[in-house]
Design a protein around this ligand. Structure first.
Ligand SMILES: [Zn+2]
Length: 280
C-alpha cells in the first residue's frame, strides 16, 4: 500500500460513514508490501531450507504443500489440496481458459504473519511467483482462496508484468477470480467507492491505480476485469491478457476494438446498475 495520493478524477463527494469505516479497516488490515522482485529475492530452495523451519510435506497433482510442524496448517494439508484441485484450479480455468500445469508449484502455508516475517523478513497475506506461493492460513480462515494461485497461473501463461496497466489488470484478474473483496460484492463496492469520491476513471485506474490504497484500487480493478469477462468472454480476455502482460501500454483497443473512453463508459454503466445494498 502506498500513501501517495495524486489528483484523481472522482465521482461523487461524500462517503457514507459505514463505508469509510470499512475502507479504513481494510487499509489497516492490508499490509504494506515492499517492492520486491520475488523471483530474485527467494528461491524455492531458500524456503525449503529456511533456518528454524521444519516442514510437514504433502503433495497433490503438481502442487507441493508445506506447513510448519505443529502448526494449524499442518493439520489441514489434505483440505488445502482438495481446495486447490477442486475449487481453485477450476475457477482459474473459468476465468482465463486454462488451469495451472507444468512444473511443480510449491505452496508454503504459514499460521500467521509473524511466521511469514520469520521466513522472509516481512509479512503480508500472501505472495506468489510462477514457482511458489507463500500464504497465511490462520485458524479462523476457512479457505485459501484463488487470488495468489491466479498470479501463479498468469505468470506462467502470460509472463512477467510490464508497466502499471498490466499491474492493475494482474490484480484485477486475481480479485475477480476470488469473486469478492474482503467479503464484498465487487461492483457494489466499486459503486460505493465512486459515490464516496474514491472512484477511479478507467484510464486513471490503469495508469495510477498502483499509487492508491489497495482498498481503493483492488476492488475497482476486480470489477473492471469482471466486466471484461462478462462482456467479451474467456477467450477474448485471455487474448487481451497475453498482449497486455507483454506491454507497458494499454492493449484494449487492439483486441477489443474499443478505446479506453468507450470501454470505461460501458464499465461505468454496469457499475452504476449495481446494488449497493449488497454492501454488508
Ligand atoms: Zn495480488
Amino acid at each position: 500500500m502506498d500513501g501517495r495520493r495524486s489528483e484523481r478524477k472522482v465521482v461523487g463527494s461524500r462517503a457514507p460513514l459505514r463505508l469509510m469505516t470499512w475502507i479504513a479497516m481494510v487499509m489497516a488490515a492490508t499490509c504494506s508490501r515492499p517492492a520486491l522482485d520475488y523471483h530474485r529475492e527467494f528461491t524455492v530452495t531458500d524456503l525449503q531450507m529456511a533456518r528454524g523451519f521444519d516442514w510437514v510435506r504433502d503433495s497433490v497433482d503438481i502442487f507441493r504443500l508445506y506447513a510448519e510442524v505443529g502448526t494449524g496448517p499442518a493439520t489441514r494439508l489434505q483440505a488445502v489440496g482438495d481446495e486447490i484441485t477442486g475449487d481453485i484450479v477450476p475457477r482459474i480455468r473459468e476465468v482465463i481458459g486454462r488451469g495451472i500445469s507444468g512444473e511443480p508449484v510449491h505452496v508454503f502455508l504459514l499460521e500467521d504473519t509473524s511466521a511469514m516475517k520469520r521466513l522472509i523478513g516481512w509479512a503480508g497475506t500472501g505472495i506468489a511467483t510462477s514457482t511458489f506461493v507463500l500464504h497465511i492460513l490462520p485458524g479462523d480462515r476457512p479457505r485459501l482462496g484463488v487470488h495468489e494461485f491466479m498470479h501463479v497461473a498468469t505468470a506462467r501463461e502470460f509472463g512477467e508484468l510490464r508497466g502499471y496497466g498490466s499491474w492493475v489488470v494482474n490484480e484485477g484478474v486475481a480479485v475477480f477470480a476470488s469473486g469478492r473483496w474482503h467479503g464484498q460484492d465487487l461492483d457494489a463496492l466499486t459503486k460505493s467507492l465512486r459515490d464516496s469520491g474514491d472512484g477511479l476513471a478507467l484510464r486513471m485506474l490503469l495508469t495510477e491505480g498502483r499509487s492508491h490504497p489497495e482498498a481503493v484500487t483492488y476492488p475497482q480493478a476486480g470489477s473492471f476485469v469482471g466486466f471484461l469477462h462478462r462482456r467479451f468472454g474467456t477467450d477474448t480476455l485471455a487474448a487481451l491478457l497475453k498482449l497486455q502482460y507483454a506491454s507497458s501500454e494499454p492493449q484494449f483497443e487492439k483486441v477489443l476494438g474499443m478505446d479506453l473512453e468507450a470501454l470505461g463508459k460501458e464499465w461505468g454503466d454496469a457499475v452504476a446498475a449495481a446494488d449497493t445494498l449488497r454492501i454488508r
